[in-house]
Design a protein around this ligand. Structure first.
Ligand code: UDP
Length: 382
């Protein structure tokens, strides 16, 4: 099966990293069409996945855009759609991986008479999207997609609640290769030394810097923990959240935590950095659609504390393979951090349970096979 994947982003967020794993097995039978140039293109090339930047101008619509702003962008989209229609004729199906890719993919699917798959990586609710964008996404998916792949039950539920067709949607979790999360101890010691993390209790936060990802909650929690507790914040402001990044630095200074919080920016050595931590914290203040970082921490056999909402509740069972806390509550988070600092034996058991169950539930090969089966059964080709 030849697949034309579409993604709007030039930067590697969770949806883009997931796409790499899905597209890779198709080799030359796949093409990833991007609507922006950037480091995501380089990552695809490093993975030998054919890629083409098919839009030269960034599309101006944002998640919170109004109808008027959306209409204005239509003129901008016409040449892009024409280009995608032409490319799509060489492929068996169009696989839209993001919302703007859905808009372009839906129209291109209609004109090229190619079926459309929409991989839904979002919780389509008013918490995350404007009413206009919600309506557009649901209507396009309902009318043009033959299959919607939701990254969690939470994303599926929100889709259906917003009016999405329940008969076209399937839940498929992100897949991971457990091999990538096995770390060499001496390498980790070296990394800890480089980062000045030795003899500290290190809490890692791995996410782009964005207000709803809640890095500020971890900083507030840290101020309530003993002084040996240190945090590394891994990730950058990928989608224009520079003001928030600045606020975080300010907060750290105001609380006098300069020696206990390290901003590491965007990194590609996530498994190694996780292995250098004692605990991984996930602190989203809005419902997380899936939460790749949680599974990654589990595969590194690190205890994880996560904000109890959305897809996270499908990943973490409190007290068995991790800890759940109320979103936006630094006091509760601090309490879990202190428990992990003190109760090392229980915490190690929880981390070990997490690795075992995550390796089984999120195995990339099994998940890729399942997606392939879904595509073949829907589109009856090979
Ligand atoms: N990530 C990364 N480098 C960073 C920070 C994050 O590669 O500096 C990765 C992280 O390992 C995870 C993804 O970005 O695989 C984020 O996915 P998640 O589902 O947690 O959040 P999203 O970005 O999709 O909202």
């Amino acid at each position: 099966m030849r697949i034309l994947f579409l993604d709007q982003s030039g930067k590697p967020g969770g949806a883009e990293l997931c796409l790499i794993d899905i597209a890779k097995p198709y080799g030359d039978r796949a093409l990833v069409g991007l609507f922006a140039d950037g480091p995501f293109k380089d990552l695809l090339q490093q993975n030998n996945i054919p890629v083409e930047v098919i839009a030269t101008q960034a599309i101006q619509v944002r998640k919170e855009s109004s109808l008027l702003q959306g209409l204005k962008s239509l003129g901008q989209l016409a040449p892009l759609i024409t280009k995608v229609v032409k490319i799509a004729r060489e492929y068996d199906l169009i696989y839209a991986n993001t919302q703007k890719a859905l808009v372009v993919g839906a129209l291109a699917s209609f004109f090229s008479r190619r079926p459309l798959v929409y991989h839904l990586h979002d919780i389509l609710s008013k918490e995350h999207f404007s009413q206009t964008n919600l309506r557009i996404a649901i209507n396009l998916a309902n009318h043009f997609a033959s299959l919607v792949i939701a990254n969690s039950q939470a994303s599926k539920t929100a889709f259906v609640q917003a009016g999405g067709r329940p008969d076209i949607i399937e839940v498929v979790y992100n897949g991971f290769d457990p091999k990538n999360y096995k770390n060499d101890e001496s390498e980790i010691n070296k990394l800890q030394q480089q980062l000045g993390l030795q003899r500290k209790f290190v809490v890692g936060h791995f996410s782009r810097l964005a207000p709803w990802k809640g890095q500020h909650i971890l900083i507030d929690a840290l101020a309530k923990c003993p002084p040996e507790v240190t945090a590394i914040l891994v990730g950058d402001a990928l989608f224009g959240e520079q003001d928030y990044a600045q606020q975080l630095h300010q907060k750290v200074a105001e609380l006098g935590l300069e020696n206990r919080v390290k901003f590491l920016g965007f990194r590609s050595d996530i498994p190694q950095l996780m292995a250098a931590c004692d605990l991984v914290a996930h602190t989203s203040t809005s419902a997380e659609p899936f939460g790749r970082v949680i599974v990654e921490a589990m595969l590194c056999a690190k205890p994880v504390v996560a904000a109890k909402a959305g897809g996270v509740m499908e990943l973490v069972e409190h007290g068995f393979n991790g800890f759940l806390v109320t979103p936006g509550e630094p006091q509760e988070l601090a309490q879990v951090i202190i428990t992990c600092l003190q109760e090392t034996e229980i915490t190690a058991t929880i981390a070990s349970n997490a690795r075992t169950s995550a390796s089984q539930r999120f195995d990339m090969t099994a998940i890729n096979n399942y997606i392939a089966k879904l595509l073949v059964s829907k589109f009856n080709s090979n």
